[in-house]
Design a protein around this ligand. Structure first.
Ligand SMILES: *Cc1c(COP(=O)(O)O)cnc(C)c1O
Length: 425
């Protein structure tokens, strides 16, 4: 697969290089030169997740990895299901939280980790990531116990939920977690400083594994096919998918699936009050405001880093942005949506509830709706229990780690100390 930098078309890379590099020059995103629709869609929809995903990914990266290698990567990465559950007569939920860290980010992070392992990179790789919760956990578990790969995760001390901290700060081995005495922006700034230090970058083989990595998007495409495969003929006819969005990687992956020929009539981009994209779609003006904290904190993003890919894809396909649905929900209305779902017998959490609400508002009579559930309700135990006024079930993946000791180091916002840590691994 050939890709180019959206900011500088003269920078051309293959898949392997794009995965290792993450971002191109001038912070440009990599984008495929060509997206040819799949020829054998009906046959693909009859396959199981691993076989089908192998075929879809071979379509993109078959020139660089054999089908056998891709099958091996996918079968190690996608070891859990993505079931579609019926919620109302014409609305279904796609549950993407059955992986080891209970959020959809497991799909992308595990696929990326297996790709890097397959490339057998010379020398060592150090993955350095800042997290406000879900990404760090997914990356830590995806790379845990891998040879020649060290993972360092910075998170703001005291600002992630206790259960979330237990999930990834108890692993040890090649996973180092650092509680930074600052906020998430401080963590991100430290990561950026490390990437600006060329000598350090070369010495330890720095990679960020963040959501702009092309491998994560390719992996995420696969569960849109898995969703459609679980629907019947009638449900596939006028399918509308609502995606809870923050950095817009998830929606980008869905749009790629549509570009490959998956029958999706339209998408809805659902956000919380960090609504840069909905306002842009309404007014044509890109005016990010200060990020505000909401109940759906994994979507508290006001400068979504995947958006340029969405614009590029619409242009490539000749689609119109006016066909992209959008909607924004306040915390108050998110609570109502969560309660409404609970009354329907479906336990959800704030991110999925936002997507559900926008779907109920925009779905027409003859259409079938699907909303993406991006995290397990237990990951947002505190807010879910206080909204529903009852205790919820904690799955084994979380419960089993609750008594393990936290292994994080504590470091102030001081790049020198981070650099020393990175060099000492
Ligand atoms: C990361 C995340 C999102 C946002 O996904 P994007 O791809 O960044 O738009 C939504 N929900 C949950 C639970 C997440 O962890």
């Amino acid at each position: 697969m050939n890709l180019h930098n959206l900011r500088d078309k003269t920078e051309q890379v293959n898949f392997q290089k794009a995965v290792k590099q993450g971002l191109g020059r001038q912070q440009g995103l990599f984008f495929p030169d060509d997206i040819t629709p799949l020829a054998n869609l009906d046959a693909l929809l009859k396959m199981n997740l691993v076989d089908r995903s192998t075929e879809i990914l071979s379509h993109f990266i078959g020139g660089e990895l054999s089908k056998q290698d891709i099958h091996s990567i996918v079968s190690k990465a996608f070891t859990f299901k993505a079931p579609v559950k019926q919620v109302t007569h014409n609305i279904n939920a796609l549950e993407l939280f059955h992986g080891p860290t209970l959020a959809f980010k497991d799909f992308g992070a595990r696929f990326m980790a297996q790709c890097l392992a397959q490339f057998k990179v010379d020398g060592r790789i150090t993955i350095l990531t800042a997290t406000s919760g879900d990404t760090g956990a997914a990356v830590a578990h995806a790379f845990f116990k891998m040879d020649n790969i060290d993972v360092v995760i910075l998170f703001p001390k005291g600002k992630i939920s206790p259960l979330q901290e237990k999930l990834f700060c108890t692993l040890g081995g090649n996973i180092t977690t650092v509680a930074i005495e600052g906020d998430f922006d401080d963590c991100q700034a430290l990561v950026k400083q490390a990437f600006d230090d060329q000598a350090l970058k070369d010495e330890i083989g720095l990679n960020s594994a963040n959501s702009i990595n092309i491998s994560r998007l390719l992996a995420q495409m696969c569960y849109y096919f898995e969703a459609v495969a679980q629907l019947n003929e009638a449900q596939r006819k006028d399918l509308v998918i609502s995606v809870p969005s923050g950095n817009f990687g998830n929606l980008t992956a869905g749009l790629f699936a549509k570009a490959l020929g998956l029958p999706i009539k339209r998408f809805i981009a659902a956000t919380n009050e960090n609504d840069t994209v909905p306002r842009y779609l309404l007014t044509g003006e890109w005016t990010p405001t200060k990020t505000i904290a909401t109940l759906s904190n994994a979507m508290d993003v006001s400068e979504p880093n995947n958006w340029p890919r969405i614009e590029a894809l619409f242009k490539f396909k000749g689609w119109s942005l006016t066909d992209l649905g959008y909607g924004t929900l306040t915390d108050e209305d998110t609570k109502k949506a969560l309660l409404e779902l609970d009354n329907l017998g479906y336990l959800c959490e704030p991110h999925g509830a936002i997507a559900y609400h926008e779907l109920t508002k925009q779905l027409k009579n003859h259409e079938t709706g699907l909303f993406l559930c991006t995290a397990h309700p237990a990951k947002f135990k505190g807010s879910v229990e206080s909204i529903l006024k009852r205790d919820i079930y904690i799955p084994e993946e979380l419960a089993s780690r609750a008594d393990l000791p936290l292994l994080s180091k504590q470091i102030p916002v001081d790049f020198k100390q981070i650099k020393n840590l990175l060099l000492s691994l």
